[in-house]
Design a binder for this molecule. Structure first.
Ligand code: SAH
Length: 229
């Protein structure tokens, strides 16, 4: 059996620096402007990347991890806006599936979010990875919700947009990378999942205040996940 090598993508430095700092036998590279660390973390072989914000950078990072580094699984980790009333700042979300809420070919008769070529609106995450993530979050005593994570190239800070994404897709959290990583993983046949901690309520204000705290929590959870895997 191929040794597991986990590719971990965080969009922002604050979401990856705690992982970089804890890595052992680390080697560093800059690829397409992205900081990449290869080494071991909590007993697992990992490649960690700070991708940058949004679906394009995230997709680039995912494809790079698969083709250049040969990762056998992908985890997207970081912060998100909470859409479920059951979520408050620093709670966790584990994705059962992901959707690109801004993918829109409805004028041609497709459902909103439909990914032409893939033939799906929602891409399911890998059950084993998602179950282990949930187990890690529960073990940390963090209130955690499993559900759909919606991604798009928009920082959601408007009540109407938030309501639309929640209503249309039943999403529990919104962010800007997870579903593009999901699409890349899906077409390459690589298992993936998404972990997000809540930095704001999808209505703006709190992001600057809570982002760092939420990001540190996502690092803690990611490390616990690796130790259980
Ligand atoms: N110029 C800022 C942009 C941050 S965008 C910067 O460089 O720091 C917000 C990031 O946090 C994205 O990576 C996204 O995945 C996540 N995020 C947190 N809350 C969000 C929200 N309410 N809507 C969309 N993305 C959110």
């Amino acid at each position: 059996m191929k040794t597991e090598k986990i590719g971990i993508i965080g969009a922002m430095k604050s979401e990856t620096e705690g992982l970089f700092a804890a890595m052992q036998n680390a080697a560093w590279e800059t690829v397409s402007g992205m900081h990449v660390g290869t080494g071991t973390l909590d007993g697992k072989e990992v490649v960690v990347v700070t991708s940058g914000i949004g679906k394009v950078f995230a997709a680039m990072a995912a494809e790079m991890l698969i083709l250049r580094y040969g990762v056998t699984a992908l985890l997207n980790t970081g912060v998100a806006g909470g859409l479920s009333p059951d979520l408050t700042v620093c709670d966790a979300v584990v994705a059962t599936d992901v959707v690109q809420h801004d993918m829109n070919t409805t004028a041609l008769g497709d459902p909103r979010g439909f990914i032409s070529g893939v033939g799906l609106v929602k891409i399911p995450t890998d059950k084993r990875l998602t179950d282990v993530l949930y187990e890690a979050a529960v073990a940390e005593g963090i209130h955690t919700v499993k559900g759909t994570v919606a991604s798009g190239d928009i920082f959601v800070a408007d009540k109407k947009v938030k309501k639309d994404i929640r209503g249309r897709f039943g999403a529990v959290a919104c962010e800007m990378e997870g579903a593009s990583i999901g699409q890349v993983a899906h077409v390459n046949g690589v298992p993936f999942t998404v972990l997000r901690t809540i930095s704001d309520g999808g209505d703006g204000m709190e992001f600057d205040i809570f982002m760092q705290m939420a990001a540190e929590r996502s690092v803690t959870l990611t490390r616990h996940f690796l130790s259980l895997l």
